[in-house]
Design a protein around this ligand. Structure first.
Ligand code: G4F
Length: 339
């Protein structure tokens, strides 16, 4: 049985990856931070399964800054594969929290590589890089060779982390891969990312639980895909003979406005009378023309996205509607914390 270690296992990607690996007969270990709340609802279905929790799924406590604890976990787990998904992943919040974002995302990755260098049986490493690397690129679509021009502290931190992974691969022979991930969404997305915020609001407004939706830049455009597809790409990256970098994207770009239109249409509402724009939610700078060319991942890994943009937004909005309706029928309209 192969053994995998996931930092950030409680997040959207970490929880889908745990599902995927467990289905593929892995023993899965996750690193979690201590928080005052024990609720880790994205993993709840796994905790409830007596054949899985503490049998094939194990959690270990450590912060990314706590090198001694991390090193101890790495040595005791002796994983075959390490997926480093933890970090501060909100681009907007990286502006007010620039130092923390760079420390966790950039230096946190370097610290992990340093631990790996010293390990006797070195695991294969997957690092999730981001389209934020490209910021305002001179060409579209982007591929693995497009120069980095990040426009946010988060993008700068990812540029450092991506390059240091390549340096450690080339200099120390580590099996370390970057996946340049474009936006990927699902019902497990954090509620302060725009897809989930919009789909949840459309469902809540339809059910009479929310009056309006306040958004930032409706003209911003992204290449949005379905998170479980991207998690499959992470795994495929580590199954190759040679470590390399791959870009994962749908190749289509859509605006926030189109996302709003689809989400409200999914619940049979006209969006214009429910949505307000607040310029306070605009970011100091916004990437432009972010759309990915995933032909290398398709050619070498056999990876393709499974879900269209419309299917994705319908799927998230329907899941929100069902969940809010169920909470309502249980007499509890409070928002559930999924992390
Ligand atoms: O959903 P978002 O916050 O995602 P963003 O900034 O593109 O970052 C996500 O994708 C990256 C690429 O894969 C990851 F690296 C990163 O970790 C994260 O997963 O915002 C999408 C767009 C932005 O242009 C933002 O300005 O939506 C625009 N937007 C408009 N109104 C809003 C809002 N974003 C948020 N979060 N909230 C709004 O009210």
């Amino acid at each position: 049985m192969k053994r995998a270690l996931i930092t950030g296992i409680t997040g959207q990607d970490g929880s889908y990856l745990a599902d995927y690996l467990l289905k593929n007969d892995y023993e899965v270990h996750g690193v979690v931070r201590r928080t005052s709340s024990l609720e880790r609802s994205r993993l709840a279905h796994l905790f409830k399964n007596p054949d899985i929790y503490n049998k094939r799924l194990f959690l270990h406590y450590a912060d990314l800054e706590d090198i001694t604890a991390l090193r101890r976990i790495f040595l005791s787990v002796q994983a075959d594969e390490l997926y480093h998904l933890a970090g501060q992943s909100h681009v907007g919040l990286s502006f007010p929290m620039a130092e923390m974002t760079c420390d966790l995302t950039a230096i946190g990755t370097l610290r992990l590589l340093e631990i790996m260098r010293d390990m006797p049986g070195k695991p294969r490493l997957f690092h999730p890089s981001s389209s934020e690397l490209f910021g305002q690129p001179k060409s579209s679509p982007q591929n693995e060779d497009t120069p980095y021009l990040p426009t946010s502290p988060y993008g700068c931190a990812k540029a450092f982390a991506t390059q240091i992974v390549k340096v450690y691969r080339d200099c120390y022979g580590l099996f370390a891969c970057n996946g340049i991930m474009y936006n990927h969404e699902s019902p497990r997305r954090g509620e302060n990312f725009v897809s989930r915020k919009i789909c949840r609001a459309a469902a809540a407004i339809k059910l009479g639980l929310q009056a309006k939706l306040v958004l930032g830049n409706l003209d911003a455009e992204r290449d949005w895909g379905y998170a479980p597809d991207y998690v499959r790409g992470m795994w495929l990256s580590l199954q190759q003979q040679k470590a390399d970098d791959y870009l994962f994207a749908t190749g289509e770009t859509h605006s926030v406005r189109e996302l709003v239109e689809l989400a409200f249409k999914a619940v049979d509402l006209e969006w214009e009378s429910h949505v307000e724009v607040d310029t306070a939610l605009f970011r100091p700078s916004e990437p432009l023309r972010l759309v990915g060319d995933a032909s290398k991942a398709k050619r070498e890994l056999g990876w393709t996205p499974s879900c269209s943009f419309q299917e994705l937004i319908n799927l998230i909005t329907r899941a929100e509607f069902d969940e809010l309706q169920q909470l309502g029928s249980e007499g509890d309209n409070s928002r559930r914390n999924r992390t």
